[in-house]
Design a protein around this ligand. Structure first.
Ligand code: GDP
Length: 466
C-alpha cells in the first residue's frame, strides 16, 4: 500500500509540476482542430504551399523557411517540413526515434490546423498512408503547368494519392490547382477549367461525390496568390471562390466519434527526461490526465501523465486532437509500429484473421489473378504486416455492395471481392461499422499499392495474457 501511495504521490507531483497555465486557455479555445494532409504528384508544389501557409499565418518568417528549405535540399529530403521538424524536435530526437511523419501547426480565427507531411515520391506511399490516415481533409495539389499536369495524372501519383485518400477515409478534398502564375498558364480560365473537368472525372471514379466531397481552388504557392487572401480581380477576373485558407475555414464541421472508445494509433515515440512520450491523433473517444489505458497489442497498462501539442497542455484530449502523450509504466522499446492506445473497458480487438472487402486496383503484370494464397504487405493505420489470402468469399458489386458470385476461384483488377485474410502477426483492427478509421487498409507489393480494403469482420480475437 505504501509503495502505491508513494507512486501516486509521485504522479501527483509530476502532474502538478506540469505547466498547466494554458489549460484555461484551452477551455476557452473552442476552435475546432483540423488535420490536413497535402497529397499529389512530386513537384506539384505541396512543400511550397505548406511553407507559404506557415509564413502567411505568422508561424515562421520567410528567412527561417528559406533556411529549412536549404537544409532539406542539402539532406536530400523532399520537404522543408522535415528540416523544420528536425529542428524543432532536436532535443526529442536526440533522445529517441526519428520522426516519420512531419507536422506543423497554424491557426486562423476560426480553426486550429495541423499539417501532416506526406512526401510525393513513389517510395514514400507508406508514409503517405500514415500521414493521411490521421487527416480530416486532403489538399490535392496539381500543377497547372503545361506537361506537368499531364505527367502527374497519366501514370503519376495524383490519382493514386486521391484513391488512397478516399480509401483511408478522407472525406473531403480541396484540389489546389497550383502554379497558375506559370508563363504557360498565366491564370488562364481555359486551362483551369480543363484541369477541373479532368480531375472531376478521376475523383468521381475514386468514389468522391462532386456535389459535396471536393472543390477547386486556383492558386500559386510561389507568389502566394489565393493562398491566404483571395486573388485580386485584376489577376484573376473569372475567380468566383475564396482563397485556400478561407476555403479551409469554411468547410463544414467535421464528424467526430466523441462517444466512441478511446483509440490513438501511435505514429511516433520518444523519451524525454525518463518519461516515454507518444504522438498520435485521437481517432475516437477522449483521453484524460491520470487515466489508465492499455497499449495494444500487448495489453501494457499505462497511466497518462501529460497531454500536449506544440502550443498548450491539456487536461482532456478530445477526438480529432493531435497529441503528444506522456505515459507512465512503459519503456519506449515496448512500442512498435502499429501500437494503439486503447480504453481498458472497450479494448481494441487484436486479430490475426479478418474478413474484408478488397478492391483490386493494380495487380502486377505477372500476377494478374487474385486467388487464395495470394501474398502481400498489409498496411493499416501505422501497422505493417505480411498477409495471405485464405479464401475468396464472394465478388461484390461496388455500387450496391451486394454479393454477386459466391466462392469465385479468382478476381482481377477493377473487381471488388470479399475475402478472408490471414496476418502473419496480430494487428489492432476494428470493423468498418464500429470504427472506420481502424478498419481501413491497403495491400502493397514491391512498393506499389495493389488493393484497398476495409475490415468487415474481425472474426476471432487473439487472446492476450495480462
Ligand atoms: P512538392 O514535391 O509537391 O512538394 O513540390 P515543391 O513544393 O517542392 O515544388 C516543386 C517545384 O515547383 C519547385 O521548384 C517550386 O519552386 C516550384 N513551384 C511550386 N509552386 C509553384 C508555383 O505556384 N508557381 C511556380 N511557377 N512554381 C512553383
Amino acid at each position: 500500500d505504501d509503495i502505491e501511495e508513494e507512486e501516486t504521490d509521485e504522479i501527483t507531483k509530476k502532474i502538478e509540476a506540469l505547466p498547466i497555465q494554458d489549460v484555461s486557455d484551452f477551455k476557452e479555445d473552442q476552435r475546432e482542430h483540423v488535420n490536413i494532409v497535402f497529397i499529389g504528384h512530386v513537384d506539384a508544389g505541396k512543400s511550397t504551399i505548406s511553407g507559404r501557409i506557415m509564413v502567411l499565418t505568422g508561424q515562421i518568417d520567410s528567412h527561417t523557411l528559406a533556411k529549412y528549405e536549404r537544409e532539406a535540399k542539402e539532406n536530400h529530403r523532399e520537404s522543408w517540413l522535415y528540416a523544420f521538424v528536425m529542428d524543432t524536435n532536436e532535443e526529442e530526437r536526440a533522445k529517441g526515434k526519428t520522426v516519420e511523419v512531419g507536422r506543423a501547426h497554424f491557426e486562423t480565427e476560426k480553426r486550429r490546423y495541423t499539417i501532416l507531411d506526406a512526401p510525393g515520391h513513389k517510395n514514400y506511399v507508406p508514409n503517405m498512408i500514415s500521414g493521411a490516415a490521421q487527416a480530416d481533409v486532403g489538399i490535392l495539389v496539381v500543377s497547372s503547368k503545361k506537361g506537368e499536369f499531364e505527367a502527374g495524372v497519366d501514370g503519376g501519383q495524383t490519382i493514386e494519392h486521391a484513391r488512397l485518400a478516399k480509401m483511408i477515409g478522407i472525406k473531403h478534398l480541396i484540389v489546389l490547382v497550383n502554379k497558375m502564375d506559370e508563363p504557360t498558364v498565366n491564370w488562364s480560365k481555359a486551362r483551369y477549367d480543363e484541369i477541373c473537368e479532368k480531375i472531376t472525372g478521376h475523383l468521381k471514379k475514386c468514389g468522391f461525390n462532386p456535389k459535396k466531397d471536393f472543390q477547386f481552388v486556383p492558386g500559386s504557392g510561389y507568389t502566394s496568390a489565393n493562398i491566404k487572401d483571395t486573388v485580386s480581380k485584376e489577376l484573376c477576373p473569372w475567380n468566383t471562390g475564396v482563397s485556400l485558407i478561407e476555403t479551409l475555414d469554411l468547410l463544414p464541421q467535421f464528424e467526430r466519434n466523441e462517444s466512441g472508445a478511446l483509440r490513438v494509433p501511435i505514429i511516433d515515440s520518444f523519451k524525454d527526461r525518463g518519461i516515454v512520450h507518444v504522438m498520435g491523433k485521437v481517432e475516437s473517444g477522449s483521453i484524460t490526465l491520470g487515466q489508465q489505458i492499455f497499449i495494444m497489442p500487448g495489453k501494457t497498462k499505462v497511466e497518462v501523465l501529460s497531454l500536449s501539442n506544440e502550443s498548450c497542455n491539456f487536461r482532456t484530449g478530445r477526438t480529432g486532437e493531435n497529441l503528444r502523450i506522456g505515459l507512465k509504466g512503459i519503456d519506449d522499446e515496448q512500442i512498435r509500429q502499429g501500437s494503439i492506445l486503447s480504453e481498458i473497458v472497450r479494448q481494441v480487438p487484436v486479430v490475426t484473421e479478418i474478413e474484408a472487402i478488397i478492391v483490386l486496383i493494380d495487380l502486377p503484370k505477372d500476377k494478374q489473378l487474385f486467388t487464395a494464397d495470394y501474398e502481400a504487405m498489409f498496411h493499416a493505420h501505422t501497422a505493417v504486416e505480411e498477409c495471405k489470402i485464405k479464401s475468396l468469399i464472394a465478388t461484390i458489386d461496388m455500387k450496391t455492395g451486394n454479393e454477386l458470385k459466391q466462392k469465385p476461384t479468382f478476381a482481377r483488377n477493377g473487381e471488388s471481392i470479399k475475402a478472408r485474410v490471414v496476418l502473419s502477426r496480430a494487428v489492432c483492427l476494428e470493423e468498418f461499422t464500429s470504427n472506420p478509421q481502424l478498419s481501413r487498409f491497403t495491400l502493397r507489393q514491391s512498393n506499389k499499392t495493389i488493393a484497398f480494403g476495409k475490415v468487415v469482420n474481425v472474426g476471432k480475437k487473439v487472446k492476450e495474457q495480462l
